[in-house]
Design a protein around this ligand. Structure first.
Ligand SMILES: [Fe+2]
Length: 233
């Protein structure tokens, strides 16, 4: 009695071979940026995320040039694997920011609604092997097997056997030196850092636009920004 599964979510990751030589300079760059942040920390239970604290352009910062190059290379590989013809799209890093997670801090569920592809890179990960260092959780919002909408919600106990066909989320524990890429629209969160150590990561938001000369592309892709005209008023 086979039960087959279809329509997989594509989560890509690569452990970057030269991560260790870039570790310390990246740690210092992130902690410096946190200190320089123009906005105060919003909530103590939330990790410090550069995007809401005025630090969201690290892709233009020389200290991050190595990881930016890695993001570009691996994002193109990811897109090729999901079938995108890279000759017909232009790729942009739209914004990028550091995340500093201390003991007891987490990141709530969200999507990156203004981007198409997102990437995260783990610079420093707690070494505590017992406690959760803060894992990346992807939520199963499509719930294609939830035969009665809402049946698997936390308000019921009707679905009592969790298995691969009804799982509501998947957790990716952070791995130092790992670059992970996923669709930006995929809702996700980061669980609480339950260790006594710092977890440092970087987030990148990537946008696809049309190259400018592909017939019909503008139905599905934003025209190239160099064709836009900003209002004068
Ligand atoms: Fe995110």
């Amino acid at each position: 009695m086979p039960i087959e599964t279809w329509f997989p979510l594509a989560i890509y990751y690569e452990d970057l071979p030269d991560a260790s030589e870039h570790r310390q300079p990246l740690i210092e760059a992130v902690l410096d940026l946190e200190q320089e942040g123009i906005e105060p920390q919003n909530y103590n239970e939330m990790a410090w995320t550069g995007d809401i604290h005025g630090v969201n352009q690290i892709h233009t910062h020389p200290a991050f040039s190595w990881i930016v190059e890695q993001v570009e290379q691996h994002t193109t590989t990811y897109l090729e694997n999901i079938g995108v013809d890279l000759s017909k799209v232009d790729l942009y890093i739209q914004r990028a920011w550091p995340i500093v997670s201390r003991t007891g801090q987490e990141v709530g569920a969200h999507c990156h609604n203004t981007a198409h592809v997102s990437a995260v890179y783990y610079i420093q990960v707690p070494t505590d092997e017992v406690s959760d260092p803060g894992s990346l959780l992807f939520f199963n919002d499509a719930r294609v097997n939830e035969v009665c909408p809402g049946l698997g919600s936390e308000n019921t106990d009707i679905v009592d056997a969790e298995n691969d066909l009804n799982q509501l989320y998947v957790a990716y524990p952070p791995v130092e030196g790992r670059l992970l890429i996923f669709p930006a629209k995929q809702r996700h969160a980061v669980s609480m850092n339950e260790t006594q150590e710092l977890r440092l990561s970087l987030s990148f938001d990537i946008v696809l636009t049309a190259t400018g000369d592909v017939a019909g592309a503008y139905e599905f892709l934003t025209p190239p920004p160099n064709q836009w005209k900003k209002f004068k008023c």
